[in-house]
Ligand binder design. Structure first.
Ligand code: GLN
Length: 523
């Protein structure tokens, strides 16, 4: 029997293609079959482009036959978060207001995926306009965590993480404004990377908060993330905040990390984000897996130092002023006049443009989006601007200074990625603050623009669900994430006797198909 290519990593698929053991069409079809079999239960995808993906796969196979490959990942299929513009494919951002919109152009990230020969399987589910930590704020219904279908897959990029965890795609693209790549990675046992701000083009990424947003890799291994990061990263003249410098050697760093030790590397444990940092809400099992991972880094030769970042305790409050301020301004463009939904106010044939805008925005935006528009408009209003937005910008500078001081003493900083494992669907939906607290440990990196990775650290004792280990590096030193991440991954896999996802209880095709009955209640 031929190999099940949905279980292979992207690097393994690339090797299989190179060795002539399979074709891109076969691999792409295997993933489309898997999507057809399990996505009814998982709901990772908002749109599947089977015909497009297979046509792109056939082109890749033809290139291979002609000896003219475009990249090391040529022929390896990928899923893309529905916040990135894709020419000819719907792009909804998980919102009703963009239902049916088909962009006339590709985001730079998408253009680079196509230019590197990766067939695009489809678009993944997300919290509306990337606001959320559970994917429950999608207007199209939640995504389910493949480890336990009654639980959330994280957010806002729960669709991308679940697709990769459920073996529906070997690779995916996410976006991270406050943790939306890393936190879903943590709760689904996958790898997620938020690159240095400016390291990956934001052109064609529908903006949530321009000064915080960054697209990045969602994968099952650290090496796969590095391979994908090298495809999507690098300077783009179409994004004025794009950094005009070559990327560090990321794949090489991942290979080095997996092969060699970490001797000489200084790892800083952030006091405010470790051992609970004196705060309640950190799950014991998540903290034990974190401590074990730190011990493994030490065993690999790293030296551990404790670093304090006192301003991090204000990161959450700072973020929830800056993000809504930017978001309220960005979302003003959904005005029912140019594209997307248009709702005519009932019983008002003579409605003004303003009446139509009001009716459309009322019907087209969900509660969380409205909450943040109100918050942001308030924080930016004259009379309150200095007290809220201006003050938040000052604290943002203090947080960046904390990072600078910490990186003077340590090469990388570490913490658990998220305070808990995946919670139950519905559990935090009515309590926005409880939802926001999921990003306690991920938000500081976005505020300062530094890169971060989440690597699976194991299963929490209490519930048998995955926990994540976060590594942060100075801006432009993304290679350190891959070196440390790959070293930890190698040490953990040795301990577990294989990848974490092999331990997932519900990932068998039959079990997922069987579980479908029990999830109808949740839906
Ligand atoms: N959960 C955070 C929020 O709701 C982060 C979102 C993101 O990174 N896109 O804002």
């Amino acid at each position: 029997m031929s190999r099940d290519w949905t279980r292979a990593t992207a690097a393994e698929i690339a090797d299989g293609l190179a060795a002539g053991e399979t074709t891109s069409v076969e691999v792409t079809q295997a993933h489309l079959d898997r999507i057809a079999a399990v996505d009814g239960a998982v709901h990772a995808f908002l749109h599947v482009d089977a015909d497009g993906a297979l046509a792109q796969a056939a082109e890749s196979d033809a290139r291979r036959a002609a000896g003219s490959l475009l990249s090391p990942l040529d022929g390896v299929p990928i899923a893309v978060k529905d916040v990135l513009a894709t020419e000819g494919l719907p792009t909804t951002c998980g919102s009703r207001i963009l239902e049916g919109w088909v962009p006339p152009y590709d985001a730079t990230v998408v253009r680079r995926l196509r230019a590197a020969g990766l067939p695009i399987l489809g678009k993944t589910n997300m919290d509306e306009f990337a606001m959320g930590s559970s994917t429950e704020h999608s207007a199209y219904g939640p995504t389910h965590n493949p480890w336990d279908l009654d639980r959330i897959p994280g957010g806002s990029g729960g669709g991308s993480a679940a697709a990769v965890a459920a073996f529906e795609a070997p690779l995916a693209i996410g976006t991270d404004t406050g943790g939306s790549i890393r936190q879903p990675g943590a709760v689904t046992g996958t790898v997620g990377v938020k690159p240095t701000y400016g390291g990956v083009s934001r052109y064609g990424l529908v903006a949530l908060a321009n000064s915080l947003d960054q697209a990045g890799p969602v994968t099952r291994t650290v090496l796969d993330a590095a391979l994908l990061h090298e495809v999507i990263g690098g300077h783009d003249p179409l994004d004025s905040t794009s950094i005009d410098q070559p990327l560090p050697a990321l794949v090489e760093a991942a290979r080095q990390g997996a092969a060699g030790g970490l001797s000489g590397l200084r790892v800083g444990v952030i006091t405010e984000l470790a051992a609970g940092g004196g705060q309640s809400g950190w799950q014991a099992g998540v903290m034990s897996r974190f401590q074990e991972s730190v011990d493994l880094l030490v065993a690999a030769g790293a030296e551990v130092v404790e670093v304090s970042c006192p301003s991090f305790v204000h990161a959450m409050a700072t973020y929830y002023l800056i993000l809504p301020a930017e978001a309220s301004s960005n979302l003003a463009k959904f005005d029912a006049m140019r594209y997307g939904l248009r709702v005519w106010p009932e019983g008002k044939p003579e409605a003004s443009a303003e009446d139509v805008m009001r009716a459309t925005r009322d019907a087209g935006f969900g509660d969380e989006v409205k909450r943040r528009i109100i918050l942001g408009t308030y924080a930016l209003s004259s009379g309150y601007y200095d007290a809220y937005y201006g003050q938040a910008q000052k604290v943002r500078t203090l947080i960046a200074r904390d990072f600078e001081a910490a990186f003077a003493r340590a090469d990388v900083l570490v913490s658990p990625t998220a305070p808990t494992t995946a919670f139950k669907l519905g559990e935090k939906l009515d309590d926005p603050i409880a939802m926001y607290l999921n990003d306690l440990a991920t938000i500081p990196a976005n505020l300062a623009g530094v890169p971060g990775i989440s690597v699976p650290s194991g299963l929490a004792d209490e519930d048998g669900l995955p926990a994540g280990f976060q590594v942060l590096a100075p801006a432009l030193a993304d290679d350190r994430l891959y070196r440390v991440g790959a070293a930890l991954e190698a040490a953990l896999e040795q301990k577990w006797g294989g990848p974490l996802l092999a331990q997932a209880p519900t990932l068998g095709l039959d079990m997922l198909a069987g579980a479908r009955n029990s999830t109808t209640e949740v839906n």
